[in-house]
Design a binder for this molecule. Structure first.
Ligand SMILES: Cc1cc2nc3c(=O)[nH]c(=O)nc-3n(C[C@H](O)[C@H](O)[C@H](O)COP(=O)(O)OP(=O)(O)OC[C@H]3O[C@@H](n4cnc5c(N)ncnc54)[C@H](O)[C@@H]3O)c2cc1C
Ligand code: FES
Length: 301
């Protein structure tokens, strides 16, 4: 018998593409949907020989028995999943929910900030705060209007929503820190901020709130291997010492995080990752050539 949450096949019910690199998978897993809390993540293997990768539970629906993952195709595994994980197919393994759930406390006014793909993982926290009775101000940032996703879904759990784009093609021109500055100016009584996105964005988000003394939580994404606190792969440096993001996080106080250390550790395996991606692209190319040649042969018959 499969262990709860492991070693079985999980059907992908919905696949939605937000852009040529960002896609959503809604996966059937009633027990995971019942157990999931904002801020938690899963470790996924898309096929039996696949790499195990951590992905945030961007949404969960206890009635439907589904969890939602939003994925950015950045390298071999996430591109392979982009190609193969279609509605009706199955994920090979899904372990979780992992990590300490986000603390949805007594804050009365909360700033929820998502940069790019970070909009997805910050959504359950924004919804959690809204359900707990807080006034929720959302700030979401994208490079341009074409990359905007979940504006309606996110807006539905926010009392105010500020959309920012780097090129000004939608909402406020500038990155999320511009939207944060506007929100803080209008609401000097914000109790707490949650900021999720690329490490450099979280670093600057934390610097934006620091002078105002607003508690700021960030969700860290170091390279994870086992996800059990044993391998040390996901160690992150905080003012208070070393922590392991998989078991002590992934949420941490952004004012204590050494983001430069995180960014340099994230680049440690770049050469190997680039080689794996190049090999994957070459195999895709050969597959396309084979399919085209087979189709040509078949048309002659
Ligand atoms: C707690 C957590 C939650 C995450 N949630 C999401 C999410 O919801 N959506 C999403 O698209 N991505 C998420 N990520 C990042 C995702 O795991 C990586 O993008 C993915 O593992 C890259 O694998 P790859 O083979 O496609 O790319 P690779 O070419 O192998 O790597 C590309 C980059 O991804 C990072 N990465 C590589 N391997 C890992 C790993 N095992 N663990 C973490 N980071 C890695 C490194 O920065 C690397 O430079 C999360 C990471 C963590 C730690
Ligand atoms: S992933 Fe191994 S200790 Fe966290």
């Amino acid at each position: 018998m499969a262990m709860p949450g492991t070693g079985s096949n999980y059907e992908i019910l919905t696949r939605e593409d937000f852009s040529d690199v960002t896609y959503l998978l809604e996966v059937r897993h009633p027990r995971m949907a019942r157990a999931a809390k904002p801020g938690q993540f899963v470790i996924v293997m898309s096929h039996a020989e696949g790499e195990r990768i951590p992905l945030t539970i961007a949404d969960f629906d206890r009635d439907k028995g589904t969890i939602t993952l939003v994925i950015q195709a950045v390298g071999k595994t996430t591109r392979e999943m982009q190609r193969d994980c279609l509605a009706g197919t199955h994920l090979h393994a899904l372990v979780g929910p992992m990590g300490i759930p986000s603390h949805i406390g007594e804050a009365k006014k909360v700033l929820c900030v998502g940069g790019g793909l970070g909009v997805a993982p910050v959504f359950p926290q924004a919804r959690g705060f809204k359900e707990a009775g807080a006034y929720v101000i959302g700030v979401v940032g994208f490079r341009n209007r074409d990359l905007v996703f979940w504006e309606d879904k996110f807006g539905a759990v926010c009392d105010e929503l500020i959309v920012c784009t780097d090129d000004g093609s939608a909402g406020v021109k500038g990155n999320v820190t511009e939207g944060m500055r506007q929100a803080i100016e209008k609401h000097p009584d914000i109790d707490e901020c949650i900021a999720i996105g690329p490490p450099v964005m979280m670093k600057f988000a934390a610097e934006t709130t620091r002078p105002h003394g607003i508690k700021t939580m960030v969700s860290l994404n170091p390279v994870m291997v086992d996800g059990t606190g044993m391998c040390g792969g996901c160690r992150v440096k905080l003012d208070s010492g070393i922590k392991f993001a998989c078991v002590d996080g992934p949420d941490f106080n952004g004012h204590e995080v050494d983001f430069d250390d995180l960014m340099s550790r994230l680049g440690r395996y770049r050469e190997v990752e680039q080689k794996a991606t190049a090999r994957f692209e070459e195999s895709c190319h050969m597959r396309e050539e084979f399919v085209a040649a087979s189709a040509q042969e078949a048309s002659k018959d």
